[in-house]
Design a protein around this ligand. Structure first.
Ligand code: SF4
Length: 248
């Protein structure tokens, strides 16, 4: 696994210069990456022979440089780049690649926003326009991550409200610092329900503030709260698809 095509709707590829992580908040409870990785624990010569145990993958550090076609690359789909065990020097190498591969857009999504802010302040003089920073907010308790993210002088700052596990009220003044929102329910075994009103309130706020919105999917439950499976629950909110991206 170096630079992989993905079915995640808001990016074209994933890039994992490391793998593994530990839960930090309720949104991690059914971590897709952990479930996937643990399935292969013990399989000889597999990328996930050691399951979700943390590992650096330096052989992948330069993978984006070898792809010329401009791509939207999600950085760290099976890790969190700012996970405590990722050394600062290693993160610097990841940024060297992102800064050099200007043909691509890199989407760095982290729940460890304290370390993100600290790292950017101490290591980046200027945030290149092709590096977008985002954080995940699953319920009201974690909106402080948006406050941290708002301090990053990036061209695009985004929020992933996925899995949305409760109502989230973000003050307009804070939300105005955000350039893109993703909303999604939880999928997979043990998925928790996203209530329609939680998604609608965020959608209405994004519409009002003219923040592009990507509604990824309902998850396993439909708008009425029936567990119908993610395919049947669908990808429409308020009767339409929301597949917007920020203008750059
Ligand atoms: S931060 Fe992300 S990768 Fe890490 S455990 Fe939580 S959901 Fe999984």
């Amino acid at each position: 696994m170096s630079l992989n095509k993905t079915s995640i709707g808001w990016c074209s590829h994933t890039w994992n210069p490391s793998k593994g992580c530990r839960p930090v908040s309720p949104g991690c409870e059914n971590c897709y990456a952990r479930t996937f990785a643990e399935r292969f624990r013990g399989v000889p010569d597999h990328n996930f022979t050691n399951g979700f145990d943390f590992e650096l993958k330096p052989d992948r550090l330069e993978s984006p440089l070898r792809r010329r076609k401009p791509s939207k690359i999600f950085v760290g789909s099976v890790t969190d780049l700012f996970f405590e065990q990722t050394p600062d020097e290693y993160i610097a190498k990841v940024f060297e690649t992102m800064t050099s591969a200007t043909q691509h857009t890199f989407m760095v999504l982290t729940k460890r926003t304290e370390r993100l802010v600290d790292w950017v302040e101490n290591h980046l003089n200027v945030v290149p326009d092709n590096i977008w920073f985002g954080t995940s907010v699953e319920n009201q308790r974690y909106i402080y991550r948006i406050e941290h993210l708002a301090k990053i002088p990036a061209k695009i700052r985004f929020i992933s409200f996925e899995p949305l596990l409760g109502p989230v009220v973000v003050p307009d003044d804070l939300m105005r610092n955000i350039h893109w929102s993703i909303i999604g329910g939880e999928t997979g075994h043990g998925a928790r329900r996203m209530e329609e009103s939680w998604a609608l309130e965020l959608k209405d706020q994004c519409n009002r503030l003219e923040i592009p919105l990507f509604f990824k999917q309902w998850g396993e439950y439909d708008a009425q709260g029936r567990r119908v499976g993610s395919r049947r629950a669908g990808k429409e909110l308020a009767g339409k698809s929301w597949l917007e991206f920020p203008q750059v």
